[in-house]
Design a protein around this ligand. Structure first.
Ligand SMILES: Cc1ncc(COP(=O)(O)O)c(C=O)c1O
Length: 394
């Protein structure tokens, strides 16, 4: 028995991991600072940590209802009414706790997609979305977000939607663009979909990070979109618990039901004591907690925008989320994005994600993405190191 590879499925053989995995290893190898993968390296709120400890000691260690602990579904229903303005949700039938937003999107794809169904996605995109859609055999229609403000290509969107469209995927605030979709844009997407049965699937994992007076708006809060929207979110980023795997999906009951059944069959439930801890965190923290979180990320963004400009890079100033996409061609003309990231790791020890993870044609996008979810001193050190880049490349 030597050729194990011959046993692999088409799916496994065709699978391409995003570059960010490789970059993490390369940065670790040089003991550098990884601003690549979107892992929050900030501390978990003490209250949430203690709640997890207590929940485990109190015996909340068994499989939960596949839809999640009732305490968390009720906490989510209240938070969704208060913050997202999606009110009167039924926590029994319309809210599911999932293993991260990733689990929620997997459940959505498994429940909605037959091979050949079409999905519209905005580009630059989050690579896991595209990977999942490909695994389900979806035909992906890409619509560009254009220019420095990532404006929707409306003609492109109109051309992309048709009878075969199952859903349009909106990620707001967006990774990697930082784009925060406004009310006019969401309404216009709704108008374009009006003639079709297509849904909107919205990934709002960065909902608490919107800057410069941009406000996060959930598509499902608009009455005309509510019935056609599935909302995905989670606490990986908000509570800095990417390893806990606590997310959620909100969907009309007839769609929530199969998502719950599919995910039950795949992994049964999300980690029980961690569900309880997140529920308690949601109940405990008031608006000030989320305002502080937002202000903290806005400061990090400002610091990094200024720092990159001083080096001669041209950052896109994000409206939200915790990334910074930046052009690098002014300091490294003609370099491919992966080549530039490798050069950056070799000469500064700082890792970022190349545009090849976010766009189909990276040659037209001399960009890299930095993750800003690190303590300020680490970000400052990263900027200092990046300072050596300009003379080293030019
Ligand atoms: C847009 C987007 N959705 C989902 C996720 C993953 O979320 P979770 O940890 O809840 O699975 C990420 C993480 O980087 C993300 O950027």
């Amino acid at each position: 028995m030597s050729d194990h590879r011959a046993l692999l499925s088409q799916q496994a053989l065709g699978f391409q991991s995003p570059a960010l995995r490789q970059i993490t290893l390369e940065v670790q190898a040089v003991g550098g600072i990884n601003l690549g993968q979107g892992v929050s390296q900030l501390p978990v709120p003490e209250f949430v940590l203690e709640a997890a400890d207590q929940a485990a000691k109190a015996g909340i260690n068994r499989y939960t209802n596949p839809r999640g602990l009732e305490s968390l579904r009720v906490a989510l229903a209240n938070k969704l009414a208060h913050f997202n303005k999606i009110d009167y949700l039924d926590p029994e039938r319309e809210i599911l706790v999932t293993c991260g937003a990733t689990g929620a999107f997997e459940g959505v794809c498994a429940s909605l997609l037959n091979p050949g169904d079409e999905v519209v996605i905005f580009e630059p995109y989050y690579p896991y979305h595209v990977q999942a859609l490909k695994r389900y055999g979806a035909v992906i229609r890409f619509v560009m977000l254009r220019g420095r403000d990532f404006e929707v290509d409306w003609e492109g969107l109109e051309a992309a939607v048709n009878d075969k469209t199952k859903f349009v995927l909106v990620n707001t605030p967006g990774n990697p663009s930082g784009k925060v979709f406004n009310q006019g844009e969401l309404k216009r997407i709704g108008e374009i979909l009006e003639r079709f049965p297509a849904l909107i699937v919205t990934d709002e994992i960065y909902e608490y990070m919107a800057f410069d007076g941009f406000a996060h708006l959930s598509p499902a809060s608009l009455p005309e979109l509510r019935e056609r929207t599935i909302t995905i979110g989670g606490y990986s980023k908000t509570f800095s618990i990417t390893g806990w795997r606590i997310g959620y999906a909100v969907a009309p009951a007839e769609i929530a039901e199969p998502i719950a059944s599919v995910l039950d069959a795949v992994y049964v439930c999300a980690p029980a004591p961690l569900q309880e801890a997140v529920a308690q965190g949601i109940v405990r923290f008031d608006d000030a907690f989320y305002r502080d979180l937002n202000a903290k990320y806005e400061r990090k963004r400002n610091m990094f925008v200024d720092g990159l400009r001083a080096i001669g890079m041209e950052p896109f100033v994000p409206e939200g989320a915790y990334y910074l996409l930046s052009r690098y061609d002014a300091i490294a003309p003609g370099m491919g994005s992966m080549e530039f990231v490798r050069h950056m790791i070799a000469s500064t020890g700082v890792g970022a994600v190349p545009s090849s993870d976010f766009v189909r044609h990276p040659a037209t996008a001399p960009w890299v993405r930095f993750c800003l979810a690190l303590e300020d001193d680490r970000l400052e050190r990263a900027l200092e190191r990046l300072g050596s880049l300009r003379p080293a490349v030019v």
